[in-house]
Design a binder for this molecule. Structure first.
Ligand code: ZN
Length: 122
């Protein structure tokens, strides 16, 4: 009896592991080099920029806060910001679909999207 239970446990464990691997693999496959940089303020899309053009601009939120967005070499990052935590500045440059840089104090989201958009992921 115990042997059967042990075997069932192993089968259960193995299938859980396989399921986790499958999800991880699918997510990796979905990540493709992005095409657009989408800027969202308070959940609303405020601007969309091409990822393949170099660009430097200030994103100004409704209450006057500033995040400096830099797009260069096919990657987007926040160069500087006047938020208190500066977490958005510390986040690494993003270039793959579905990747985001979030500035919580400014309710700002920078998101990379591909050709057809990746809204289903969010
Ligand atoms: Zn910030």
């Amino acid at each position: 009896m115990d042997k059967i239970r042990l075997r069932n446990d192993i089968i259960l464990f193995a299938s859980l592991l396989l399921a986790a691997l499958a999800v991880w693999g699918a997510l990796k496959l979905l990540q493709k080099p992005g095409k657009y940089v989408v800027v969202e303020i308070e959940g609303k899309v405020s601007a969309v920029y091409a990822l393949d053009g170099d660009l430097k601009l200030d994103i100004v939120t409704a209450d006057g806060h500033v995040n400096k967005l830099v797009i260069e070499n096919g990657k987007a990052r926040i160069e500087s910001a006047d938020c208190p935590d500066k977490l958005c500045v510390k986040q690494h440059a993003i270039s793959m679909t579905g990747e985001t840089i979030i500035c919580l104090p400014h309710k700002l989201v920078i998101r990379i999207e591909g050709e057809g958009g990746v809204d289903a992921v969010t």
